[in-house]
Write a protein that binds this ligand. Structure first.
Ligand code: SAH
Ligand code: SF4
Length: 359
């Protein structure tokens, strides 16, 4: 069975051509799948009955199965999705006044082991397929239903869930293309953000192949501390990372990079470190997003005090850098940054370890 959610426009027309169909059928199919949210070929009335029959026999439109849905007091929704073989990932919907943002995952687990990240502590399971990535958006729109204007509620997508998107490059880019494609979701490049811990060669590839808004997880003002917090820094240190940011901006849909900076009490949140940071990024047009640390079981870090975050922000603002502090959303359902799938994923690993032990 070919899951059509696995195919971007190019792959879908190749699939149809191989079936002896005209490539424009792909555009028709995409409109049914993404714009109408349809998964039943029989309902696709402007497609010839013969093709519908062939598709029903050979293809399907299947998003990952939802194991659990949770709703926060602040309207944030979290879906736990079954991606098979004992793995689960999460997608989080964050409604705001004039937009709806979906935070999606790109890998089950993550290999990069940032010291403050719950996903990293769980280790790496596997890359998600295109269907599993775009399926999060397909499912969430479907589940939330159209808004009063008849539009899908999700206007923005951020790849800030579980995993490092640029280490699942091809599938991430195919999913991005579906988000941007006018026959699918037609989102503007400015409303789709990839967040990376700084995989320098992949940032260059993204710039060439599918430039979208970019967020870079900085978290430290110098290599010594960043090596400790974000171990991939040992491979791609700050000088190279910042040079890659400047190159990215040559083709980016926005004229700034968003730097994410998790606020860890007594680790990276002093006024002096804020000054060092200003100096570090002086050649990169950027905005900062300060993320108060979200605790999870078995962490020794603590969230910076609000006054420390405010002071840190003041230093950046005084240097002319637009800086926002991320509101903590959905923390009553462990849906905040870095908290995703903690409990279930842990269980999953124990199960896997046990079965490995039996073998
Ligand atoms: N792997 C990518 C994207 C997923 S993480 C990346 O690292 O950029 C999305 C954001 O959440 C990153 O900036 C990450 O550093 C941050 N984050 C991870 N754990 C966190 C935690 N416990 N509290 C607050 N932010 C966290
Ligand atoms: Fe992976 Fe991002 Fe977590 Fe680091 S912060 S371990 S790169 S998901």
């Amino acid at each position: 069975m070919q899951n059509l959610l696995d195919l971007d426009a190019h792959a879908l027309s190749a699939y149809l051509t191989a079936m002896g169909e005209k490539p424009f059928r792909g555009r028709q199919l995409m409109r049914w799948i993404y714009q109408d949210g349809e998964s039943d070929f029989a309902a696709m009335t402007d497609i010839a009955a013969a093709l519908r029959g062939k598709l029903a026999q050979n293809a399907c439109i299947t998003a990952p199965e939802v194991m659990r849905e949770e709703l926060s007091d602040d309207g944030t929704r979290k879906w736990l999705l079954n991606v098979g073989t004992g793995n689960a990932v999460e997608a989080v919907y964050i409604p705001e006044e004039n937009r709806g943002t979906l935070c999606i995952s790109t890998q089950a687990g993550c290999a990069l082991d940032c010291s403050f990240c719950s996903t990293g502590k769980q280790g790496f399971n596997r890359n998600l397929s295109v269907a599993e990535i775009i399926g999060q958006l397909w499912w969430a729109n479907h589940q939330l239903g159209r808004n009063a204007e008849g539009l899908w509620p999700i206007s923005n997508v951020v790849m800030m869930g579980m995993g490092e998107p640029l280490l699942n490059f091809d599938n991430t880019v195919s999913a991005l293309r579906l988000m941007l494609d006018d026959h699918a979701y037609g989102l503007s490049r400015r409303r789709v953000t990839v967040s990376t811990s700084g995989i320098v060669p992949a940032m260059d590839r993204l710039r060439e192949e599918c430039p979208v808004a970019l967020a870079v997880s900085l978290h430290a003002p110098n290599d010594k501390l960043r090596d400790e917090l974000v171990p991939i820094n040992r491979k791609y240190p700050l000088k190279e990372l910042l040079a890659a940011c400047r190159r990215y901006l040559e083709r980016a849909p926005r004229d700034f990079i968003t730097f994410e900076y998790v606020m860890l009490e007594g680790v990276n949140d002093s006024v002096q470190q804020a000054r060092e940071l200003v100096n570090l990024v002086r050649d990169v047009p950027c905005k900062f997003n300060l993320i108060p640390f979200n605790p999870f079981p078995q962490t020794h870090y603590r969230r910076s005090r609000p006054e420390a975050i405010q002071q840190f922000r003041d230093v950046l603002m005084q240097a002319g850098i637009v800086t926002t502090t991320r509101k903590t959303r959905g923390d009553d359902i462990a849906a905040a940054c870095g908290q995703l799938a903690g409990q279930v994923q842990d269980k999953t690993r124990r199960t896997l370890n046990r079965s490995v032990g039996v073998v």
